[in-house]
Design a protein around this ligand. Structure first.
Ligand code: FES
Length: 101
């Protein structure tokens, strides 16, 4: 599948999270010590904005009710059966690209 531009690398510095939109897809983007990760931006609990959550290390906390996910894997911290969808990410120049399937 082709990669699509999501954001500039300057929009998501190390230690930050952000919410971006590609087409109809809301994407939560995270920068963990310079490594970028992208998850579906809609929390599976009740639709909260994961990209607006608090990032601590590689763990994001949903701002609505506190669901926590490892952004490197999509794994919910306490419910092992819950793995949130991820997107492949790459950087070309100053652009962050993700693979939308
Ligand atoms: S909507 Fe994310 S924890 Fe409830």
């Amino acid at each position: 599948m082709p990669f699509t531009r999501l954001a500039s690398i300057h929009e998501c510095p190390p230690g930050s999270a952000g919410e971006f939109v590609v087409g109809e897809q809301i994407v939560a983007l995270f920068n963990v010590a310079g490594q970028l990760y992208a998850l579906d931006g809609i929390c599976p609990h009740q639709g909260g904005p994961l990209g607006k959550g608090r990032l601590s290390g590689c763990i994001v906390t949903c701002p609505w009710h506190g669901f926590q996910f490892d952004v490197t894997t999509g794994q919910h911290l306490t419910s092992k059966s819950l793995v949130h969808p991820r997107f492949a990410v790459k950087v070309e120049g100053d652009d962050i690209l993700i693979e939308i399937k």
